[in-house]
Write a protein that binds this ligand. Structure first.
Ligand code: F0G
Length: 367
């Protein structure tokens, strides 16, 4: 019975992934997310720019993690594992528990106590993961799961698991397939640095296969209170309201630097204020609701544009006259973190059920 034409990232990109006919595919039909044109951001950047938003919040568990998790959990099952484990700022735990449950595997997630967004916690709990809050931050939790997975029969599904990176590179494939080439610039948030590693790998693979004639410039953004790569040293007590990227010692630090340096790109910091401003901009101007960490990509784009980055960079790139495509990855859905959404906007108080009062608040005049 053929229920759906689209069958998830493993089926779509089978030949580029470490799978075989023997792999039991565990999928929730992740991937195939929209690349949404952003008229407002394109206008801000200028005439020849086209800015697109890769809206990864529309994956089954609401973040890009599902692309990697379908591969990691399918391989865990193929390898006859019975349990998976991860440390998480929230989204990895949500994704791991959904895919593990579907595969009939036990899932164990370690989270920094009190520091993950409500929606993500709800997801891990409802999917039946063993959720263990740790008195410590993400970096401590990651150290613990590394040791646990080396001593106990449980598969690590953080992005140190190479299957995760393999799955996540499919986002770069999709962008190239949609645009018929790679974008000129790719913007994304950086936390544990798995995703920038995965995108760069995906773009390079497509380039070597001649599916794109050029590679993008990779531009990654950390939150300024959690910016170890930018500062050049681990941060002991990382801080930011974008809890997804509150990470002081990223596992894929070196690979992120490679992506930056090989692509001629940058990794910079954006403040929480800039993140919240981009977060509101996306929701109000483009109708796209993302979680705060995701807005770091757009905050970075606006910041670099203001600093004259594109003018300087394009002079060196010999692209005069051509249309410039820019993609920002929006990594997670806004509903993941409803508390921040409600905190950052003005709300009216409860009023009496009176039409006159309502019309006044809504600035409506009778016709
Ligand atoms: N955006 C969101 C919404 C995330 O959840 C993460 C990472 C990132 C960006 C950064 O991606 O780590 O590959 O550089 N979240 C992980 C987690 C750490 O546990 O959910 P990265």
């Amino acid at each position: 019975m053929e229920l759906a034409r689209y069958k998830g990232v493993i089926k779509r990109y089978f030949e580029y992934l470490p799978v075989s006919e023997k792999t039991p595919i565990v999928t929730l039909l992740e991937g195939n997310t929209p690349l949404i044109f952003s008229p407002k951001l394109s206008e801000i950047l200028g005439k020849k720019f086209r800015v697109f938003l890769k809206y990864e919040g529309l994956n089954p568990t609401g973040s890009f993690k599902d692309r990697g998790m379908t591969v990691a959990v399918s391989k865990a099952k193929e390898d006859r594992q019975v349990a998976v484990i991860c440390a998480s700022t929230g989204n990895t735990s949500a994704s791991a528990s959904a895919y593990a449950q579907r595969a009939g595997l036990k899932s164990i997630v370690l989270i920094p106590a009190g520091a993950i967004a409500l929606g993500k916690l709800a997801q891990a709990l409802i999917h039946g993961a063993i959720v263990i809050p740790i008195k410590g931050n993400f970096d401590t939790a990651l150290k613990l799961v590394l040791e646990i997975s080396s001593r106990f029969p449980v598969r690590l599904v953080n992005s140190l698991n190479p299957h995760r990176i393999e799955g996540q590179k499919t986002a770069a494939f999709e962008i190239c397939d949609t645009l018929s080439c790679a974008p000129h610039f790719h913007f994304l948030p950086v936390g544990n640095a798995g995703n920038i590693t995965a995108y760069w790998r995906g773009y390079k693979e497509y380039y070597h296969l001649k599916k794109t004639t050029h590679l993008p410039v990779m531009c990654g953004f950390q939150a300024s209170g959690s910016a170890p790569i930018v500062k050049g040293h681990p941060i002991k007590n990382p801080k930011t309201l974008a809890t997804a990227i509150r990470i002081g010692n990223p596992a894929s630090w070196k690979k992120a630097e490679e992506a930056r340096d090989e692509s001629g790109g940058i990794i910079r910091a954006v403040s929480d204020k800039e993140i919240v401003s981009a977060y509101n901009f996306l929701a109000k101007q483009e109708g796209v609701f993302v979680e705060p960490a995701s807005a770091a990509s757009v905050a970075g784009l606006l910041k670099l544009n203001q600093e004259g980055y594109f003018k300087r960079k394009l002079r060196k790139m010999a692209l005069s006259g051509k249309e410039i495509n820019v993609v920002c990855t929006l990594t997670g859905h806004g509903l993941k973190d409803p508390e921040i959404a409600i905190k950052t906007v003005k709300k009216s108080k409860a009023v009496e059920a009176d039409i006159k009062k309502i019309a006044k608040i809504a600035a409506l005049k009778e016709a």
